[in-house]
Design a protein around this ligand. Structure first.
Ligand SMILES: [Zn+2]
Length: 158
């Protein structure tokens, strides 16, 4: 006769709510969420606080897009990096033609260098993301320059 303590419980365990750190890593750090999106960041935190645990646990892979209003263009990996997403901001229409040309060339450099897929199917740590971001910008500038494009003076916006 089996002892009752060896029997599997048929009670349903309440589903654990992902921590803010887990939610933030998956939907903010590993998606596209620029730092000056302060209100949107707070809204994300409110959503995490108020949404039912079950909903948060069962969310499918999702690409959150919250670019800075300052940004002209970007290429992003969306976490696991199986697909590139190239963004060209509406603000490009107000930039100089030279800046628009450079932005397009710079973003295609990121794609050509496969910067959207460096993590082999895993979510990278925040420090890895930041280290890659700095190195990737230099490499993309170098390749676009090699292709014959000229970076306009002024702050980086790509
Ligand atoms: Zn860039």
């Amino acid at each position: 006769m089996k002892s009752p303590k060896n029997r599997k419980s048929t009670k349903r365990k309440p589903s654990r709510k992902p921590s803010w750190a887990e939610f933030r890593h998956r939907f903010i750090d590993c998606t596209w969420f620029d730092r000056d999106r302060v209100k949107t960041f707070r809204a994300m935190r409110e959503f995490w606080k108020r949404a039912p645990a079950e909903v948060l646990r069962k969310l499918p892979a999702v690409s959150v897009v919250a670019p800075s209003g300052y940004l002209l263009g970007a290429v992003t990996s969306f976490g696991r990096g199986d697909r590139a997403f190239l963004y060209l901001a509406p603000q490009l229409e107000k930039a100089s033609q030279a800046e628009a040309i450079w932005t397009v060339a710079h973003e295609f450099s990121h794609v050509a260098l496969r910067h959207h897929a460096p993590y082999k199917g895993r979510l990278p740590s925040l420090s890895t993301l930041r280290a890659h971001a700095r190195a990737d910008e230099k490499a993309a500038d170098a390749l676009a320059t090699e292709w014959g494009f000229v970076r306009p003076k002024g702050p980086r916006r790509q």
